[in-house]
Design a protein around this ligand. Structure first.
Ligand code: C2E
Ligand code: CA
Ligand code: CA
Length: 511
């Protein structure tokens, strides 16, 4: 019959849970660190963009001021104003050249004096700024031109791209930074490009100048967040790893602890480590062996022989007691069944049953299978139900005990005197035997009150026509007392201790 009590917790599931509890803090911590790193980079990019913006504003303010100073001179002959143009170049920081325009023609320059070149207003972003990639004087060198207009007159002042790319390089350092003016943009290398500027994959921050119509864009290359974490967070990662290992270890221990007793018992059941011991029960009159109680022992590979009170409570709690009892009955049938044809009188075999075994009708099938292993009439199967754990009468238990009765199975109330079974209870479950608890037997000749209870139990059982078994008989005086009071069966160390199957069989032949 398959064990349906509790599915075995797979080894790989345990490993999985252990790994999960170890990985969880590491993963969660890494996510938090990642978010923190992103935030830091975001702040850093924004600060860099703000600083660059401030510097460019300052440079353009100077350039614009030069243009403002010169605009009133537009239209005057170049000869008269060229010194004023050169003065602005000398006085104003960052200004590289100054020029005057009349009717869209550049007619006077600080460098050449008289000059002639057409001015195309369309080249200028918002009519004001033109980021160009050099001019005939310095080809391939970035140049920012500022244009100021008033009617036909105008002033053009230029700012050397060298200053601009210097700002990008010095402020940018670890950050990618670019300056955008209309459709053109300047890279950190000092090159002017046309078209849309590149998007920075990490923490991009774009700021617009409030006064001069240019943009500054800062950001980081792909993978910068991880690189930042690798550089800045090694101590935190070590801490995360430590927490991961501790959490994994705790997860492992908790699982082991929570599954240990039942898991260990299921293993033991499959390994056949629960074995029957037999304690003889003798007739009160002749002291001849008339049967035995089957007592479970755990033959543990490391702990040796384990007493039932140390593991039966766990077995009951986990529900394993049912398949364990079934296994015990099968082993008992296999041991004693083949010899049953030689028994002179029917042998009583007592099996301890818990209330949880009485919740369905499977017990009937277990008993039928047990009885089938013996020669008919050679055995009386007695199920011992402890009085400490009373069975609730339901429709199922009514059917169960009726079918057991039909099978010829007898019922004993174990540890009688320690619980609260009523007369009605004894009738409902068709009880045949009362097993007087050993505590009362031990008090014979010691405690008068216990002896009175013992006498009352014996009297009661006689009135109810129930047979009596006295447990825990250790002395001759106890045996004499019980025999004198017509107790039908005796069980105790005086007649035999619980013993392995082979010893019981060989002892049986002598008795
Ligand atoms: P129990 O059913 O009352 O079994 C009698 C206990 O008294 C046994 O202890 C037995 O070894 C012990 N005993 C017998 N004669 C004497 C004696 O003269 N003096 C003393 N001091 N003790 C004596 P054991 O084998 O350790 O079993 C303890 C309890 O474990 C049992 O009490 C029973 O409640 C439970 N148990 C044992 N086997 C099974 C089983 O297969 N199924 C279930 N459900 N419970 C079992
Ligand atoms: Ca018992
Ligand atoms: Ca008992």
């Amino acid at each position: 019959m398959p064990l349906t009590v509790r599915p075995r917790r797979k080894r790989c599931l345990r490993i999985f849970v252990t790994l999960l509890s170890g990985l969880l803090p590491v993963v969660l911590g890494s996510v938090i660190l990642y978010m923190q790193a992103e935030r830091t980079l975001q702040q850093s990019a924004r600060q860099t963009a703000e600083e660059a913006l401030r510097q460019f504003e300052l440079m353009l303010d100077n350039t614009a001021q030069a243009a403002r100073d010169l605009l009133p001179l537009a239209g005057q002959p170049c000869e008269n104003v060229k010194l004023a143009l050169r003065e602005q170049v000398t006085r104003r920081p960052f200004v590289r050249s100054t020029n005057l325009v009349w009717d869209n023609n550049l007619y006077c320059s600080s460098l050449f004096g008289d000059f002639k070149e057409a001015v195309n207003a369309g080249d200028y972003h918002e009519g004001k700024l033109w980021l160009m990639n050099g001019n005939p004087v310095t080809p391939n060198t970035a140049l920012l031109v500022y244009r100021l207009n008033d009617g036909p007159g105008g002033a053009l002042t230029t700012l050397d791209g060298y200053h601009l790319s210097n700002v990008l390089r010095l402020i940018g350092r670890d950050t990618l930074l670019l300056l955008q003016v209309g459709d053109n943009w300047l890279s950190m290398q000092g090159q002017v490009h046309s078209g849309a500027p590149p998007q920075f994959p990490v923490a991009q921050s774009v700021l617009a100048s409030p006064h001069h119509g240019f943009h500054v864009s800062a950001g980081f290359p792909q993978g910068q967040t991880w690189r930042y974490m690798a550089n800045e967070y090694p101590p935190l990662f070590s801490l995360l790893m430590f927490f991961g290992v501790v959490a994994g270890a705790i997860g492992h221990v908790v699982q082991k602890r929570s599954t240990s007793p039942s898991h260990e018992m299921l293993r033991a059941l499959e390994a056949g480590e629960f074995i029957p011991y037999f304690q003889p029960v003798v007739l009160g009159t002749s002291k001849k062996w008339t049967g035995a109680e089957v007592l479970m022992r755990w033959n543990h590979p490391k702990e040796g022989l384990v007493r039932p009170d140390l593991f039966i409570p766990f077995a009951e709690h986990s529900g394993l007691i049912v398949p364990m009892t079934r296994s015990l009955m099968q082993q008992t049938a296999a041991l004693l069944g083949p010899l049953s044809s030689t028994y002179a009188t029917p042998m009583h075999i007592g099996i301890n049953i818990t209330a949880s075994h009485c919740r369905d009708l499977d017990l009937v099938e277990d008993c039928r299978e047990f009885l089938a292993a013996f020669t008919p009439g050679s055995i009386i199967l007695v199920l011992e139900l402890t009085e400490r754990e009373l069975i609730e009468p339901t429709e199922i238990t009514r059917q169960l005990f009726e079918q057991l009765h039909t099978l010829g199975v007898m019922i004993a109330i174990d540890d009688f005197g320690t619980g609260h079974s009523s007369l009605g209870y004894l009738r409902t479950f068709n009880v045949d035997f009362l097993k007087i608890d050993q505590s009362f037997v031990a008090m014979i000749g010691v405690d008068a009150l216990s002896r009175h209870i013992l006498d009352s139990i014996i009297e009661l059982s006689a009135k109810l026509d129930l047979a009596i078994v006295a447990e825990g008989v250790e002395t001759q005086a106890q045996a004499d007392y019980l025999t004198a009071h017509h107790v039908n069966f005796l069980q105790g160390y005086l007649f035999g201790r619980p013993m392995p199957g082979a010893d019981f069989i060989s002892a049986l032949s002598h008795h």
